[in-house]
Design a protein around this ligand. Structure first.
Ligand SMILES: [Zn+2]
Length: 279
């Protein structure tokens, strides 16, 4: 076995363990391997096992092919481990609270975890953004395309959680609404957001139509705090998606004004100037 395969092939083990064959009509095999703190926590409802089988068929329908020899969802249900998901080529390492499969709410809240990690098998492992594909483990990865690796996978994970039947369409919309609510909390009601072309937008303008931006890279910024006000100034590179499928790059000097109030720090003003590169 190569070092690369070994590093990418985790194992789970425990006293309370069971394996469920998913989507048995499909080749290669897909298995849900569960290890838990108690025997009771392994008692997945048949309809929920059905959702995970649907996940397999929907993912293969979405991507149109599979590259793995077999796929294992490793699922650790425990109060004694950190809770997260980690993607691998032919498996994923998913860790949730003990009652994940037997508590309807817990399963729904974490409903996109297995879909997300499985989507990574295609987007992130089989196909890897440039900069994240390194010839060996000595070379540092470059993360400028992490938005493809993580952003697209987040979208596909939510989509598959809905297509497999675990989430309803309303659950999918709730997930999007939560992101909008997080942005809403960060923007002060009096926000003036000035662009480098002189155009100024309000908070309502920003929430209505987010700019079609592919990436935002902050350079070294200075932060000065005066009581409940903070000034953040530094260079920012915006790569925007243009209508014809191309991208445009803007290099700006941006000044942000943040106010600390009852809702925490909020952006109240932002001004930007184009940085001109002299020949
Ligand atoms: Zn991810």
């Amino acid at each position: 076995m190569s070092l690369e395969t070994l590093v990418d092939s985790p194992v789970i083990a425990g006293e309370y363990f069971r394996t469920i064959d998913l989507a048995t009509e499909m080749k290669p095999s897909h298995k849900l391997d569960i290890v838990a703190d108690s025997a009771a926590a392994l008692e997945i409802k048949p309809e929920d096992a059905g959702h995970f089988s649907h996940l397999v068929t929907e993912a293969n329908a979405l991507f149109g092919a599979h590259h793995y020899r077999s796929y294992h969802f490793l699922l650790t249900l425990s109060e004694h481990v950190a809770h997260f998901g980690l993607e691998h080529h032919e498996s994923s390492d998913n860790r949730r609270p003990e009652k994940y499969l037997i508590d309807e709410d817990a399963l729904k809240v974490g409903g996109s975890l297995l879909p997300h990690e499985m989507a990574h098998s295609w987007n992130g492992k089989y196909r890897r953004p440039a900069g994240l594909a390194t010839p060996d483990f000595e070379q540092p990865m470059e993360g400028e395309l992490l938005w493809v690796y993580e952003g697209l996978t987040t979208y596909l994970g939510n989509l598959l959680a809905t297509r497999n039947g675990l989430w309803t369409n309303a659950d999918f919309c709730d997930e999007v609404a939560q992101n909008a609510a997080a942005l809403d909390r960060l923007l002060h009601p009096d926000l003036t957001y000035s662009h480098s072309d002189g155009k100024t937008q309000t908070k309502a303008d920003i929430l209505k139509a987010l700019p079609n931006t592919q990436s935002i890279t902050f350079g070294e910024s200075s932060v000065r705090v005066y009581g409940n006000t903070a000034l953040v100034k530094g260079p920012v590179e915006f790569v925007n998606n243009a209508a014809n499928g191309a991208t445009t790059t803007l290099n700006l000097s941006v000044l942000q004004v943040w106010l600390k109030g009852p809702n925490g720090w909020q952006l109240v003003a932002r001004h930007s100037t184009k940085l001109i590169t002299l020949p």
